[in-house]
Design a protein around this ligand. Structure first.
Ligand SMILES: Cc1cc2nc3c(=O)[nH]c(=O)nc-3n(C[C@H](O)[C@H](O)[C@H](O)COP(=O)(O)O)c2cc1C
Length: 360
């Protein structure tokens, strides 16, 4: 038993869609809570005006009745309100009327750092938009909705997942971060940063050491690197521990099975060890600059400036929410694998029996 997640949707298409499989029956979901996570993803200093335009909310098409999961695939939709401006440009069918609105002009100016060049070459697209629309991080909205569902499952087991910003543009204080974003905006530039996700309440033994596919540290790493613009992942003290001696790098065990430190970030040998799971993700500066970088015009082969399209200065605060969702999803998968069960009551009973056996 495990969880499955498939998403579909382009940045300016009609909607984003997610199908979640493997959820137990009887899990209570709450639209207000899921919508609150969607709003958190949209907020943050340095986001583009699109975030005011889109007030994301979740719609459920299947798998839920009267607020409880049925144990069948759960189908979620988040509409792109901005699609109203792209009806011609992102029409799924060949449009019959004259080109109008956004997306009606072919894009031929690939942005360094984005999917534009390799995606266009790889798929043989004529219009760079055919690559960038899906590569865009817009579909993280529906991944956040899926993460919200995962968090509801985890909450039943006393597991809480929270993401936060650590650094933006190299700055750790909020004021300095805002000043850095203001300065980057004035220079028509962009910034990246670092986020951290902590999951408390995990019992020891989620994930396992047998194969790389089962190691939870590897899976969390893949989940975080699977988010747009994430270029580095750290588990616990990660890179800092590479510079220490073993006596200062590990977490000694007390008779009560607790640890004096949590340098491992709650993960040893691909398994949770009962301490809070702590992972960090490094985000590169966003590739769409209002002062565009040098590129090429694919229609002429001549030197040109890259595409300028409405874009964020930084999206590190949004990444904290998206990374939280990704970690929650992966932990929920590990919970499904460990405790099985058709209904939430089955899951909770198996969880309780396990905690009793290990006297946790
Ligand atoms: C929440 C979030 C928001 C993003 N917003 C933007 C944006 O407004 N402009 C932009 O150029 N890139 C943005 N990105 C990053 C690009 O989607 C990403 O750099 C691009 O798809 C290329 O993929 P890669 O960076 O993983 O190599 C965002 C990423 C995330 C996670």
């Amino acid at each position: 038993m495990t969880l499955g997640l498939v998403t579909a949707g382009e940045s300016h298409g009609p909607a984003l869609v997610a199908i979640l499989t493997g959820l137990p029956a009887g899990l209570a979901l709450d639209k207000v809570t899921i919508d609150a996570d969607l709003r958190r993803r949209q907020q943050g200093y340095g986001r583009s005006p699109r975030q005011q335009l889109e007030t994301d909310e979740v719609e459920v098409l299947a798998g839920l009745r009267h607020g409880r999961t049925l144990g069948t695939p759960l189908a979620l939709v988040v509409r792109n309100r901005d699609h109203a401006n792209w009806v011609w440009g992102m029409s799924p069918w060949p449009p019959e009327d004259e080109p109008s609105g956004k997306g009606s002009k072919r894009v031929t100016l690939p942005r360094p750092g984005h999917a534009d060049l390799a995606g266009t070459l790889k798929f043989g697209h004529e219009d760079v938009r055919d690559a960038l629309e899906r590569a865009s991080a817009r579909h993280t909205a529906v991944a956040v909705a899926a993460g919200s569902v995962a968090k509801a499952l985890l909450a039943g087991l006393g597991i809480e997942v929270a993401g936060r910003v650590v650094e933006i543009g190299g700055e750790t204080g909020e004021e300095a971060q805002r000043a850095a974003m203001d300065a980057a905006k004035a220079d028509r530039d962009t910034l990246g940063g670092v986020v951290e996700v902590v999951a408390g309440g995990c019992p020891p033994g989620l994930g396992t050491y047998a194969t790389k596919e089962e190691r939870l540290d590897a899976r969390l790493g893949a989940a975080l690197l699977g988010i747009q613009a994430v270029k580095g992942v750290e588990v616990g003290d990660g890179f800092a521990s590479a510079r220490r001696r073993g006596s200062e790098a590990h977490d000694e065990i007390d008779p009560g099975l607790t640890r004096r430190t949590n340098r491992a970030g709650g993960l040893e040998a691909g398994m949770t060890n009962g301490e809070p799971v702590v992972v960090r993700a490094a985000m590169k500066p966003l590739p769409t600059l209002m002062r565009p970088l040098d590129s090429v015009d694919l229609s002429t082969g001549e030197a040109a400036q890259a595409l300028v399209e409405r874009s964020d200065v930084a999206a590190v605060e949004a990444l904290a929410v998206v990374a939280e969702a990704a970690v929650a999803w992966e932990l929920a998968r590990a919970v499904r694998e460990k405790f099985g069960g058709d209904s939430l009551a089955d899951v909770l009973a198996a969880h309780r029996a396990y905690l009793e056996r290990i006297r946790w």
